[in-house]
Design a binder for this molecule. Structure first.
Ligand SMILES: [Zn+2]
Length: 127
């Protein structure tokens, strides 16, 4: 398998678990975990610990690089639409449970299941 990748945690190799211990007797080392995929941090970290280690070491640089917020983001009537859905076991329920709800005005608008599943479909017009 050529798609193996390394955990990006800067201290991953310092957590001395058996699966990190590699090499022949006499030259064993603890090594950064390598897998086809990871569960944490968009598939970049083997554990919450490693993700948190990364943020402690690089978080400030990353935020400065991509742009630090210097003003509050605001939820307004224009961007407060969220998709909502009541789970219902009954298959014969004639009413659609899918809807848009505006978190500011509490207005509700009906939604088809297709629109609900379409992640690009939104009523929001601002950020
Ligand atoms: Zn790790």
């Amino acid at each position: 398998m050529s798609d193996l990748k390394f955990c990006q945690g800067p201290k991953c190799h310092t957590y001395t678990t058996k699966d990190r211990l590699k090499g022949m007797k006499g030259s064993k080392t603890y090594q950064t975990r390598r897998r086809s995929d990871f569960y944490y941090g968009n598939g970049n970290f083997c554990s919450m610990n490693c993700q948190s280690d990364w943020f402690k070491e690089f978080g400030n640089q990353a935020i400065d690089h991509f742009g630090r917020l210097t003003f509050p983001l605001k939820l307004t009537e224009q961007n407060a639409w969220v998709k909502d859905y009541d789970y219902n076991y009954r298959d014969d329920n004639p009413k659609s449970n899918y809807r848009f709800v505006n978190k500011i005005t509490n207005e509700q608008r009906p939604l088809t299941e297709q629109q609900y599943d379409d992640t690009s479909y939104t009523l929001n017009t601002g950020e």
